[in-house]
Design a protein around this ligand. Sequence first.
Ligand SMILES: Cc1cc2nc3c(=O)[nH]c(=O)nc-3n(C[C@H](O)[C@H](O)[C@H](O)COP(=O)(O)OP(=O)(O)OC[C@H]3O[C@@H](n4cnc5c(N)ncnc54)[C@H](O)[C@@H]3O)c2cc1C
Length: 424
Amino acid sequence: MPSDRTRPRRRVVILGAGFAGLAACDGLAASAAEAGLEVVIVDRHTYNTFQPLLYQVATAGLNPGDIAYPVRSFLHRHGGVGFRQGVVEDVDFDAREVRFSGGDPPLSYDYLVLATGATTNFFGVKGAKEHALAIYTMEDAVAVRDRAAALLEHAATFGPSEAALTVVIVGGGPTGVEMAGTLAELRRAELETTYPEIDRSASRIVVVEQLGRLLASFDARLARYALQALEDRGVEVRLERAVEEVTDDHVVLSDGEQIPTSLVVWSAGVRAGDLADRLATEKTRGGRLEVGDDLRLAGHEEVFAVGDLAAARDRGHDEPLAQLAQPAMQAGRHAARQILRLQAGRLTEAFSYADKGIMATIGRRAAVTELRSGVRLKGTLAWLSWLGLHVVFLLGFRNRVAVLSNWAWRYISWRRGARVIAGT
Ligand SMILES: Cc1cc2nc3c(=O)[nH]c(=O)nc-3n(C[C@H](O)[C@H](O)[C@H](O)COP(=O)(O)OP(=O)(O)OC[C@H]3O[C@@H](n4cnc5c(N)ncnc54)[C@H](O)[C@@H]3O)c2cc1C
C-alpha cells in the first residue's frame, strides 16, 4: 500500500467497516480499478458487528461469533480492496491524512468516507457512565451477559438480594423493548430449571422511559401493543419518568422512586462517536456531522460522511434520518456512486432515501412491523418477518446457519443455548 503521493491510483479511504462503510466498499469495489481508484477500508476491529442482534448476545441467545463477520472475509469477495486495522484518532483535512492512535503511520487519501458510527449517550446522568452497561459493541453485550450470569450464580450460591434479581433497562426504544422482552422469556423459560435455588417471582425487569409511550418512532397502536406484550410477560414499565442517578446498587427516578438493582442496561440514546467530536466540522444534535445533500462535508469536497455519525437528510426533508441500518447502507452506497462520478469528472447528485419501514420484536410470536406503504403488522406475522429479515441481512453463510439453528433450538424446543460466564 504506497503511502506517498506517487501512488499510481487515487486512493479512497473508508473509515469504519459497519453497515455504511461496507456498503460504500461494496459500491466501489467492482468499478474501482477501472476508474483509477484504490480502496482501503479501516476499522479498529477485524470484524463487522451486526448490531441489531447484540441484545441476543447480551441475553445469551446467540454467541458473539454468530453476529461477527471478519472484514477480510467480506473483502475476499471484493477483490483489490485493502484493509487496515487501527483506531482512527483524527483526520487532517488540509493534509488529507488519517491519523491513528498508538503512533501508527498516517494514511493519505484522495477521497474519504467517514463511517465510524455512533456510541452510547449517557446524557450526563449522574453515575450512568460508571455503573450502567450499554449494548453498543460486542464487548458491551458480552459484559451484560457476564454480569447477569455472575449475579444469578451469586444469588444461587449465597442467596438472592432484590438488587441482584432486578434488571433496569433505561430507554423504551426498540433496543430496550427487545432486551426486556427477551429477558422476560428467559425468566419464564429457563430461570426455574437452570437456577432452581432462585424464586423467579422475586425477579424484576423494569423499563424506564421518559416519554409517555414506548417505541416513539412507531405508530401509537403498535406501541400500545408492545407495552401490553411486555406487561403480559411480567415486565414493569415506568413511562414519563427519567433516570436521574445510577449507583452500584440502585437507580433513582425523576419522581423520587428508588429501584434496587445491580444491573442497569442503558439503551436510552446515542451520540456520534469520539472521532466525530474531534473533527473540526459543523455538528448537529447528538454530535452528528452536518452534510450537504450529496453527503459531503461543507468545505471538503473530497470528504463524505455516512451512517450514524452523519446527519443525512432525505431529499426535501429538514429532519435528519434515523440512526438505523437502512439509512446507513443507502448513504454508503450513495457516497460510493458520487466518488465514481467525481472521478469521471461529473457533478454529484443529491441523496434520496428509499424508506422500507421499521420493526422491533418483543419475543416469541410478538413483534411489530411498520412499512412505509402504511401496512402495520403485529404478532406472529410481524415476528416471522423480523426473523427472516434479520437472517437475510446477516453477513456470512456460516453466521446465518448458526443464528437459525440457535433460534430453532430456542423457539422450537423453547430452551436456550449454553450460557457461560466468559471473561470473569
Ligand atoms: C443494540 C442495537 C440494536 C440496533 N437495532 C437495529 C435494528 O433493529 N434495525 C436497524 O435498522 N438498526 C438498528 N440499530 C442501528 C444500526 O445498527 C446502526 O444504525 C448502524 O450500525 C449504523 O451503521 P454505521 O456504519 O454508521 O455504524 P456502525 O455499524 O456502528 O459501524 C461503525 C464502525 O466504525 C468502527 N469505528 C468506530 N470508531 C472507530 C475509530 N475511531 N477507528 C476505527 N474504527 C472505528 C467500528 O468498529 C464499527 O465497525 C441498532 C443499534 C444497536 C446498537
